[in-house]
Ligand binder design. Structure first.
Ligand SMILES: Cc1cc2nc3c(=O)[nH]c(=O)nc-3n(C[C@H](O)[C@H](O)[C@H](O)COP(=O)(O)O)c2cc1C
Length: 131
């Protein structure tokens, strides 16, 4: 999909959205969501989103906006290392309306304490796995 977007002239791609999910009340045996299924977001989806950003970064050269469960500065760093050029915060802002502000400050502190001069240098800077 990302390759098609890039070939079609997209300036960037953003991923991921929510993942379709479901919950059932065992007492009433009914779906907890009135629409039966709904989008799952937040920390539960982070490993999936991270994997998709990683794979997409290896498939296209246009910038990737990474999102999916980012709550801490380290979460944002993970997405950058996986290949994201920028990150987005959704669900965490519902719990803390100032989450983005907190994350931006936290990312700045993380970079200082890890001798990283430019956030941009983190993009795709994942070290090769063992072997
Ligand atoms: C309440 C809510 C509304 C959303 N509305 C949209 C939307 O209108 N369009 C869209 O592309 N994504 C929408 N999303 C998906 C988010 O932009 C984001 O991709 C997803 O929630 C994963 O990031 P997060 O875990 O930081 O929330 C929505 C997510 C939530 C939780």
């Amino acid at each position: 999909m990302a390759r098609i977007c890039a070939a079609g002239g997209a300036d960037a791609v953003s991923l991921t959205n929510t993942f379709l999910a479901m919950s059932i009340d065992t007492e009433t045996r009914t779906p907890r969501l009135s629409n039966v299924t709904g989008g799952l977001s937040g920390p539960a989806i982070k490993p999936i989103s991270l994997r998709m950003v990683y794979e997409t970064a290896r498939a296209v050269s246009i910038p990737i906006l990474g999102m999916g469960g980012i709550v801490t500065p380290e979460d944002a760093v993970e997405f950058l290392l996986a290949g994201a050029t920028a990150v987005q915060v959704g669900t965490a802002s519902y719990a803390d309306p100032r989450a983005v502000e907190r994350l931006a400050r936290g990312l700045d502190s993380w970079c200082r304490s890890h001798q990283v001069e430019r956030v941009a240098s983190l993009t795709g800077a994942l070290e090769n796995p063992k072997g």
